[in-house]
Design a protein around this ligand. Structure first.
Ligand code: TYD
Length: 139
């Protein structure tokens, strides 16, 4: 079955000093976090991503600025705006994703369930459809 992406709201711990938001395995991130990377200083009109995965699950949060994410799980296409440090997008391996409309100050933080492995990427859209569209019919 195709797994559905989801959006999680983190609560910020705020006091007179400002705010602090926590991402933690089990308490709000539904996988063991093995890797963290961030995308920043993205040039104007750039669109990146253009892949799905075999195994990796990811959590995306724009900790500064904003960007949009195009999602496609073969049964459903969706656009998500990440514009808050409290809005976490959980991506399943079957979510083809493209990120775009980055603000100049956008820092897109990504938590991943697996170590980097280029073999876990599906970068060809036709291959993506082959791998995942079969299960779509069951949804
Ligand atoms: P790339 O996959 O092109 O980024 P995107 O999918 O967002 O367009 O990644 C850029 C480069 O960084 C590419 O050479 C692979 C490398 N990379 C790593 O070495 N480790 C990582 O964890 C990630 C995400 C990328």
């Amino acid at each position: 079955n195709v797994k559905k992406s989801s959006i999680i709201e983190t609560s910020s711990l705020g006091d007179e000093r400002g705010f602090l938001a926590v991402l933690e395995t089990q308490s709000n991130i539904p996988f063991e976090i093995k890797r963290v990377f961030y995308i920043y200083s993205t040039k104007e009109d750039i669109r990146r991503g253009f892949h799905a995965h075999h195994k990796t699950r990811q959590a995306l949060v724009s900790v500064a600025g904003k960007c949009k994410v195009h999602l496609d799980n073969t049964s459903r296409k969706e656009e998500v705006t990440l514009d808050s440090p409290n809005k976490i997008l959980i991506l399943e391996p079957n979510d083809w994703h493209e990120m775009y409309d980055f603000s100049n100050d956008c820092v897109l933080l990504v938590l991943a369930s697996e170590l980097y492995d280029s073999k876990d990427y599906i970068r060809d859209y036709e291959e993506f459809l082959k791998v995942y569209s079969k299960s779509t019919s069951e949804v």
